[in-house]
Design a protein around this ligand. Structure first.
Ligand code: NAP
Length: 314
């Protein structure tokens, strides 16, 4: 397998000339596969087929994308394949990649390039497809796919983590370039840490917001009103993070050294919100590190906060 690219591994591929675009097969027309198919179709990338578990679902996705033949997976496995090389996008849940690659490798493909979209699966997951004539690669969009129309637009602002065998690189570059995304070269063996970072920062932010909604509800706000109230706060926080490093973007009682406020919070959480209190303590301890090292918090206040935030003895 090929080694990672240059030291600055973020590449703006938008200025590069287009490479030959292989006809696209999306196997797994779910959230990510459909949005990518839509974004690529808008660039006039040749879209061959969208594949779901059922024909009905594939047809629904094909209507959303505005093109591509709709196939059930069984139909793909039993049917006629194109004669020229294709770009095969495997966009199924990660746990299914290996078995799907083995199933697809038994077909008489003309070859081409096979990409998966997983952040954590290594390229070797697709190894059976190499024997079927494909060069392998991975393209993990650092994006949260929920709504294909909005997602297809947002991809131009996204980073896509790429890793590929030499023979797949030109097609992968054409793919990221067509999407207008920035490509980040991932080194082999680094995918689990990369994906844990994305999951922790994105998916767990949603879980954190949901816990905040529990607390707002305890304070008497209906959940929808609470979400509307919290969103501007989250947006302002993200905006601060865009312009400042985490230590400088941090506000709140920890960075101010307000020990009594933190103690009051933990008291309020200690009865009905024990799970929230656990996460609160862990994250507040990280905020304390930022406040100590990035903002020179008074050491006496820092020690008092450390005591307040220690795990309670069980
Ligand atoms: N969602 C994200 O935000 C995101 C972000 C970056 C990368 N990714 C990656 O994108 C890939 C797809 O994730 P997703 O979120 O798009 O998943 P998803 O919305 O659940 O879609 C999964 C697709 O796989 C198909 N599928 C499910 N079970 C199957 C089975 N047993 N056999 C064959 N096909 C099956 C589904 O078929 P039906 O259409 O019939 O339901 C669907 O088309 C994953 O590798 C994920 O790590 C996702």
């Amino acid at each position: 397998m090929d080694q990672a690219g240059p030291a600055d591994r973020t590449t703006d591929t938008r200025e590069k000339p287009p490479q030959a675009r292989l006809p696209l097969f999306v196997v797994g027309a779910g959230a990510a596969g459909t949005a990518l198919a839509l974004a690529l179709r808008r660039t006039e990338w040749p879209l061959h087929s969208l594949v779901s578990r059922t024909r009905a679902k594939a047809e629904e996705r094909s209507r959303q994308v505005g093109g591509g033949a709709a196939l059930a997976l069984d139909e793909l496995l039993a049917g006629d394949l194109p004669r020229e090389p294709v770009l095969l996008l495997l966009s199924v849940p990660d746990r299914l990649l290996e078995s799907l690659a083995a199933q697809l490798a038994r077909l008489s493909w003309p070859g081409g390039v096979a990409l998966h979209l997983s952040g954590s699966a290594e390229l070797a997951t697709l190894a059976p497809l190499r024997a079927a004539g494909f060069a392998l690669g991975a393209a993990h969009p650092l994006h949260s796919f929920v709504d294909p129309e909005r997602d297809a637009d947002a991809l131009t602002r996204a980073v896509i983590a790429v890793e590929a065998e030499a023979a797949a690189r030109a097609q992968l570059q054409a793919f990221t370039s067509a999407l207008g995304a920035r490509a980040f070269q991932l080194a082999p063996g680094s995918r689990a840490a990369w994906h844990a970072a994305a999951t922790h920062g994105c998916n767990h932010l949603v879980a954190l917001l949901d816990q905040s909604l529990d607390l707002m509800q305890s304070a008497g706000l209906p959940r929808d009103d609470a979400r509307a109230a919290l969103l501007p706060l989250l947006r302002a926080t993200l905006d601060n993070l865009e312009h400042h490093a985490p230590a400088q973007a941090l506000t709140g009682p920890v960075v101010r050294g307000d020990v009594e406020v933190v103690t009051r919070h933990l008291d309020a959480l200690s009865h009905e919100h024990i799970d929230v209190a656990r996460g609160y303590r862990a994250l507040a301890r990280r905020a304390l590190q930022l406040a100590e090292h990035g903002r020179a918090l008074d050491p006496t206040l820092a020690d008092a906060l450390r005591r307040a935030l220690a795990e309670p003895s069980s």
